[in-house]
Design a protein around this ligand. Sequence first.
Ligand code: F6R
Length: 617
Amino acid sequence: MCGIVGYTGNLNAIRVGLEALKRLEYRGYDSSGVAYLDKEKNIQVIKSQGKIRKLEEKIDKINPYSNTAIFHTRWATHGEPSDINAHPHIDCKKILALVHNGIIENYREIKENLKDNHKFISKTDTEVLAHFLEENLNKEKLETKNILKALKLLVESVKGSYALNIIFKDLDKTIFFARKDSPLCIGIGEDENFLASDVTAFLPYTKKVIFLDDFEIGYLTPQKIYIYHVKTGKEFLLESGKIIKNTLNKKIENIPWDVSQAQKGGFKHFMLKEIFEQPKALEDTFLGQKEVLENLVERLKLPSLIVFSACGTSYHASLIGKIYLEKFSNLPCICEYASELRYSKFPYPKDALFIFISQSGETADTLAALREAKKRGFKTLAITNVLGSTISREADYVLYTYAGPEISVASTKAFSTQVLSLYSLAYYLGKKNGLNLNYKSHFSKVFTLIEKLRNFLENSENLKNIQEISKWLASFKNTLYIGRYYNYPLALEGALKLKEISYIHAEGYAAGEMKHGPIALIDENFPVIALATKDSYLEKLKGNIEEIKARKGKVVILSDEENLKSYGDFFIKVDYLEDLTCLLNILPLQLLAYYTADFLGYDVDQPRNLAKSVTVE
Ligand code: F6R
């Protein structure tokens, strides 16, 4: 939540930074702003409520030039979205400007201590940090050494989470930073350097990155990067491309992502592009994980229980993972929402393995649950899409998905690659557990899956059919998704996709639960999406569909069985591929949500009230 960017180099920081900020807009989009140093090395700030394009309009009018700028796109926590509450925030004397991603938990206390000497103008928690630094720099000369001292004090005094970029009056081409519990990384360029919440921001300029860790502060200039760990006193210094000092043991990583992956590439929305990217994302994930998985499972001790934990779509992937692992590995599994697990008593056997699934690798609840599990001595495995993300670095073991950057807020390709990762993991764990599994047939199906997905997406009749159903669905206020077995988690995921981008109330239900309540809702104004593929207790599901029809409910049937066509009002034909059918079924569900939201004219990639990485609790 919230995206921050900093640039210093020889280019116009305002334009480079603005484009970088747009690539982070999925992290928050209720207001945005920039601070830069003008020719006289004074701080200037431009902010605007609304999307980044509003900020851009203001920037276009002034057309400023600077070699150093910091940017912010906001997802409001403290204080409503407004020009005043938008970042950057400044101190009373305008000696500094800062942008912040995170939450300052003790901001009231800090404000109270400062209120006699400082004037606060916004309702944000962030503004106190600007005044805190001002107060502690009061009698000091504005030079690097003193600023680092003040930043150290800030880290020692402030409770909560923060990724901070800060610029100071008169200190040309220098950006200071600090990080705790919110993501921040440095992009290393040639005679230019970047700071950003994630790497997609600076991908067109550099793929060389340093991920910052908690309690690290420092600064960068176009030629220099200095990092200092407040707790250990260890340092890192890079000057003109050479590492001069590295007691911190920082690594310079190379991001394998391609710039084009972070662009729409002719599609109307990122979500549609990402839906279409699924065959490739699955192929990359399958091939990319092969060796890693063998090695990983070799190192893992077989647990007596697997505890999955995640949020949202990633949680739905874990529900499918549970089926895979129980079926192919013979290992009992449970799935817990990370927001619940983190506060639980962890009453699990000592040898339980915790698997945390997170596209971003930054979700606050998932990270907190992971930390709790580790604190209690459990082994942890992270399945994540983002190299160097906090969750990937903190878990004992990590398995990356290779979906490439997922920009649309609604997760699509990340989900599919998570599910496939769990399918593969289940095989290797099963083998280790002594099950007689046929590698060839297990995995040759993956290539059939990829081919079938490609065929589905290339068939214009499929797309036309889903578009028509979407048009019809758009006229309802409520809808229900039902399914059994693999199709139950898919019902949850289909409903989540629809509600989050089209704002139509949608619920996913285990079809067998219909009679225990939801059937009361059914009438001609309550459409049901029935996921009715073979092997998912189809005969029983047919019974559920009959019950809905008997109550005049309208039904969209998604099935591989042509003869089910007559059961419903609409029919979506999918293929059948045994345990991988769920990865075929997800495609029409994602498309249904996409076309419905698009038909209703909503901003598909940036739905209201949401943000891509939920880095606050
Ligand atoms: C829904 C969606 C969210 C995320 C959830 C977890 O389309 O994207 O529900 O799945 O916020 O995010 P990650 O996987 O990044 O931990």
